[in-house]
Design a protein around this ligand. Structure first.
Ligand code: A3P
Length: 348
């Protein structure tokens, strides 16, 4: 299915790659990728044979690394772009729905809202998956109307200056207690794991996570990059926690509206629009919709994931069901040390 986009006029920027075609740029990325890959350190993969370390972060060698290089070298941000950034399994799916619903709230009624029939990942595509999409017409960034809603797992410090310097384009970052991230990630990846590789045990996943070896890890460096960015440029990066969103969804959604330049009016508040958005995007609602129970999410030709895998329990503290006391102590200690002095804390 093509990425869902509201039917707006496209900006008059349809040919931003005027001097070079898309395939020229992809070929250049391929060349840099082929030159770079052999020299990168390798670590054990969770569902692939290995991950590679590039500029301090662990990435899947083909998909994530190659796409990152394309973003670094060729992606052209627009001032109106809205990026949702996250470490995987931190609440990306939820935030996609909330941002989409907030930004487009005057366009759609809640009774026949696109999120009722289209999965959040189709409403708000991953820029990280752009290059893997062989059918270029399915994901033609130049033709996306503004504001483009694009999701990334790319660490902040690896983003090109054109994205971080840009005064206007905005980032919403969602983070989550690493213990819940680890458990959610381990369970998720074991559901996706290829048949020819044995599933990874929780003990092994834990060790790798603590060493920073997980998709887009180390977790702490990822979070700190956006945290520090948000302290430096709070008008550009809104830093959110999954736990706060669970506790006070109305407060956080109102902040989201203000930050994105779509503040809720008093009239909207009195009519209960914020409540409607929260209800529409709630775990209880989204996880029971047909589209999120039976459909597949086609991220690219080779990456197809059942939508239902993005909705497991949606709880804070489910790590208690899985992690031993020793694991909890060690992970909390690492988190404490890594975040010391940053001002960022996670509840335990
Ligand atoms: P659990 O595995 O702990 O249940 P991501 O979207 O970044 O992949 O994160 C997935 C996690 O977010 C899963 O956590 C999933 O259940 C949870 N999630 C998905 N949709 C949600 C929603 N609408 N509200 C709260 N949590 C949600």
């Amino acid at each position: 299915m093509a990425a869902f986009q509201p039917s707006l006029e496209c900006d008059n920027i349809s040919n931003i790659h005027s001097e070079q075609t898309d395939s020229d740029l992809i070929q250049k990325t391929d060349e840099r990728y082929r030159d770079t890959l052999p020299n990168l350190p390798k670590g054990k993969g969770w569902i692939t044979e290995h991950l590679v370390q590039y500029q301090g972060f662990w990435l899947t060698p083909n998909a994530a690394l190659k796409n990152l290089m394309w973003v670094q070298d060729h992606f052209k941000p627009r001032p109106t772009d809205i990026f949702l950034a996250s470490f995987p399994k931190s609440g990306t799916t939820w935030l996609k729905a909330l941002i989409f619903a907030t930004v487009n709230r005057t366009r759609y009624g809640f009774a026949d809202h696109p999120l009722l029939t289209t999965g959040p990942h189709d409403c708000f595509p991953f820029l990280d998956a752009h290059l893997q999409e062989k059918d270029r017409s399915r994901f033609d960034l130049d033709r996306f109307p503004s504001p483009r809603l694009l999701s990334i797992h790319i660490p902040y410090i690896l983003l090109p200056n054109s994205m971080t310097d840009h005064q206007s384009c905005r980032f919403v970052y969602i983070c989550r207690d690493p213990k819940d991230v680890l458990v959610s990630k381990w369970l998720f990846l074991n559901k996706l794991g290829p048949k020819d590789l044995p599933p990874i045990s929780l003990e092994e996943a834990f060790e790798l996570f603590c060493q920073g070896i997980s998709h887009y890890g180390p977790f702490w460096d990822h979070v700190l990059g956006y945290w520090e960015g948000s302290l430096e440029t709070p008008e550009k990066i809104l830093f959110l926690k999954y736990e706060d969103l669970k506790k006070e969804p109305l407060v956080v959604v109102k902040r989201l509206g203000d930050f994105l330049g779509y503040p809720f009016s008093l009239e909207e508040e009195s009519k209960g629009v914020v409540e409607e958005i929260v209800k529409l995007c709630s775990f209880e609602n989204l996880s029971t919709l047909e589209v999120n129970k039976v459909s597949e999410q086609k991220f690219s030709k080779d990456t197809i994931i059942d939508n239902r895998h993005f909705f497991r329990k949606g709880k804070v503290g489910d790590w208690k069901t899985y992690l031993t006391t020793e694991m909890v102590e060690r992970l909390d200690e690492i988190t404490y040390e890594k975040l010391l002095g940053s001002g960022l804390v996670f509840g335990s």
